[in-house]
Design a binder for this molecule. Structure first.
Ligand code: FE2
Length: 295
């Protein structure tokens, strides 16, 4: 079997070339596990995997999970394959897809272990836009000055779906807010996540809506600065898709977003591998207290 891995950029990204008949081999799976920790995001160029092969690959890496079953796009044919599209025939409610234009970590506002990895394959692409950007949150922590690491060490962050879709809607209607509350939880997560293996990463994204104990503006300003830090060019890999590409990323150490696209033709098939570590918990009213105050 021929299996090659080459770095995409020094601090993030890897390209794996392997025949799809060998995608499920032990050697491939071990390589993917190892490189996901080191490189954050791995690309299999033009693999042209079927849904069945993508699901089998997902199952070889862990337990499959679908945290968006209640969201349009999860159809009955292949319930664990989520179709990411703006096509109104397939997706009547594009909020979530439009929300992916902004940096995020998948599944961070669900009360469950944070999904370990996401697998995405390109079925149809739009004429313009649609590249996916990945930022390495382990490296973003490692490169911080030591004094700043100490200042951030014990901070806790509130993550909400409302914050994730605020750039989509501006101020959502009361009815929408109610719907979001039924779909997801208001989660409190560490800003610096110490993983079970001892490595540390930042946990950031547009869904981060404030820091526990800080007035809203103070917390959001710090989160904005850190998000900009984490998205510095050396820490970001941009994937310009070709149809048939399959990409997997370490959702526990990478945030991602898509370059906006308007063409309704783009369809991506997503599967998700469950995580085992749960760094956060549902936020209490007390933890939310200062975040929605001005000062
Ligand atoms: Fe995503």
């Amino acid at each position: 079997m021929s299996l090659t891995v080459e770095p995409a950029k020094p601090r993030i990204g890897g390209i794996i070339r392997v025949d799809k008949n060998h995608l499920l081999d032990d050697e491939t799976i071990e390589t993917v596990r190892r490189e996901l920790e080191q490189r954050g995001v791995l690309v299999f160029p033009e693999l042209n995997a079927s849904d069945e092969l993508q699901l089998a690959f997902t199952d070889r890496l862990g337990d499959r999970v679908n945290f968006t079953r209640k969201v349009p796009g999860s159809d009955s044919e292949t319930p664990d394959v989520y179709k990411i599209t703006l096509d109104r025939k397939l997706n009547t409610e594009p909020d979530y897809v439009l929300g992916t234009f902004f940096w995020h970590v998948d599944g961070i506002t669900i009360d469950q272990p944070l999904p370990k990895a996401t697998v995405l394959s390109a079925r149809k692409l739009s004429a313009s836009g649609g590249a996916t950007e990945f930022a390495n949150l382990y490296a973003a922590y490692d490169l911080l000055p030591e004094a700043e690491k100490r200042e951030l060490e014990n901070l806790r962050v509130i993550h909400t779906v409302e914050a994730a879709v605020r750039p989509v809607h501006g101020t959502p209607s009361a009815e929408r807010i109610e719907r979001y509350r039924n779909l997801a939880a208001v989660m409190e997560q560490p800003l610096v996540w110490t993983h079970e293996d001892g490595r540390k990463s930042l946990l950031l994204g547009t869904h981060a809506d404030g820091i526990v104990g800080m007035p809203g503006a103070h917390g959001r300003a710090l989160l904005t600065r850190l998000q900009q830090w984490a998205a510095q060019p050396d820490l970001v890999y941009t994937h310009n898709w070709t149809e048939g590409d399959l990409v997997i990323w370490n959702n526990q150490g990478v945030m991602h977003r898509v370059v906006p696209y308007t063409d309704e033709g783009r369809i991506m098939h997503r599967t998700t591998i469950a995580g085992k570590e749960k760094p956060g918990h549902v936020a209490s009213d007390q933890e939310l207290e200062r975040i929605y105050q001005m000062a």
